[in-house]
Ligand binder design. Sequence first.
Ligand code: DGJ
Length: 736
Amino acid sequence: MDPLHLRSAGTSLVVSFSSGEAEVIHWGADLGSELPDLSILTEAIPNSAIDATVPAGLLPQASSSWRGRPALRGHRIADGVSGLDFSVRLRTLRATGNGNSANVVQQDAEAGITVESSLTLHDGGLLELRHTVTNTGISPFQLDELATVLPVAPDAVELLDLTGRWCRERHPQRRPIQQGTWVRTGRHGRTGHDSSLLFAAGTAGFGNRHGRVWATHLAWSGNHEQFADTLADGRTMIGGSELLGPAEVVLEPGASYTTPTLFAAYSDRGLDGISEAFYSWFRSRPHHVLPAASANAGSGKPRPVVLNTWEAVYFDHNLGTLIELADSAADLGVERFVLDDGWFRGRRDDTAGLGDWFVDETLWPDGLTPLIEAVTSRGMEFGLWVEPEMINLDSDVARAHPDWIVGPAAASHKNGGRLPLAWRNQHIIDLVNPEAWQYIFERIDALLRENNISYLKWDQNRDLTEHGHAGRSSVHEQTLAAYRLFDELRKAHPGVEIESCSSGGARVDLGILERTDRIWGSDCNDALERQTIQRWTGIVVPPELVGGHIGPTTSHTTARTHDLSFRAITAFFGHFGMEWDVREVQGEEREELKRFIGLYKEHRGLIHSGRMVRADVPDDSLMLHGVLAGSVAGAAGSIESGTTAALFALVSTRTSFSEQLGRVALPGLEAAGRYRVEAIFPAPGDADYAHTFTQVQPPAWLASGAEASGRFLAEVGLPMPSLNPEHALLLKVTAL
Ligand code: DGJ
């Protein structure tokens, strides 16, 4: 069988079949169209080892003497005996390629196992890989794991993955690659605050814009593992798998299981190249939210400016107050008003009501219509918060259907079954139960049919611990049932956008993003924390899909106080909104906020379609990130003169080591292009302008702008003003 060679955007993937099984012999830099005779890659046979070379299979297997983590683990149960067919020997049956997609079928006829692998290398270089295992035997096969893995080159010596907690999601951690396995396990039943959105291996010291990087993402919102497995023979595989519960997947004869998709990208220009591959894929999806009509982007619906009521009023829902808030929001230029938690039956605080998805008659005697009309008549869309997968014991639905509450026991808690420990006073509704699923579907469907709702903020505020259906572990089924709920509601209401929120950012993955239109990055609206959370969320997810809100002046989650400009510039590089009682914003501050919202509306087309850059800045008190017009490398120079070529944020996170920042390069612009750089926010008339700088006199160019070529800006840079800690400056680059 001839090797398969997929090529796109500087990446090659070569699958060889010479050993009898499929083996990825190269995933990395583009190799050009001609491949040599691949037998030159036949490895040596070391001492004290099997008498054959050991392929690093597309599905590494012990039957080929792979001594690392095998891709497939499971066993057959026949005539009351379990543990049979514990080691399969998959051989390639057929392999077909079609452009940049390939399909490989491998089989062990004796063990009764077939695995079909689908590989697609998308135009921007993002690889999509998944396997489907089918039990072709005559007795049940219990699947314990089916992993998706890829090899990385030997010069990858460092690992980067992300971790976090509530209000501090997606922070990076790095370590050298050493022999052994580094595993990140998520047992939350949801993606998890600590989940690693990206799992990357790279060359020594790889950074934002330098070094070779191989990175993976597992598109799954349930239990999972991501790992790097380095063998004593020096080879490293990275990848991941769904973490299955005990006997959660038992394949009857003829039945199949498909892995979550592993997305993978290679970059020879650091992490920015990885983000480009992901962004390009997101933006090529037919259902991707469209960028705004603007000088720099295509036409479509702009991402509306949001006002979310949570940090403005919490559970204190009062029609008069909310209409005042809507008034104030409309005056500022808000385009979508989202009513958060607290509107449904019995929901005065977080102890009751979840599951009773009826508008609370005592709070809202005329339903939500008066508020919705107040919002829509002021030119804004109306959005509503829901948490469909959850249930409070103190709810009518829990009282009527105790057996719909998830627990480890087969019996309901009313019949002696044990419930998992409560979390924010809440439990999980068993969506694997078709009646419970149907009830939830019908309630949300009815709300959407009966009210003029354009947007759902879909929350999920607890881990799925001890998650059982009929006494058996069922996170796998619950995750699929939740996906089905999203899918069916979207099908029934194609015009409604959905946000994935989960105690902030605990459900951020490409599985949920396939069925939602944005994610809520974190419950932390503190701009300093948000800079890091958004930077690392943005490594995979483009800014138009990441909600970013200006919170109150003093953060409700950290008690830090920040100027408006720092909070605003931070929220600017996302899907912008506010979560603040904006009635209290008056005078100069209100004028500054209005001006800023105007800037966002002017530039959102660029932010939501451009190429993200994050500079490698030597002073670690500083972050410089931006977005360039043109979504592919090199396009920035070819934009029309007079239009915005880039926006950069210069961000100071603490006091700098040196008394001056000195020259800071602005990377990514077309070398031969000529540009004008200006600082546009905060501006001299703004309330917090004076607090922003530490120097007696900022660099001369700041007053009137600087003009230079892209090469000069990238190689020499501009002397930047020293900023006070926790302040930021927005720079605009115009093509000349
Ligand atoms: C958690 C979310 O992350 C918040 O934004 C808010 O919607 C609350 N839940 C409401 O209960």
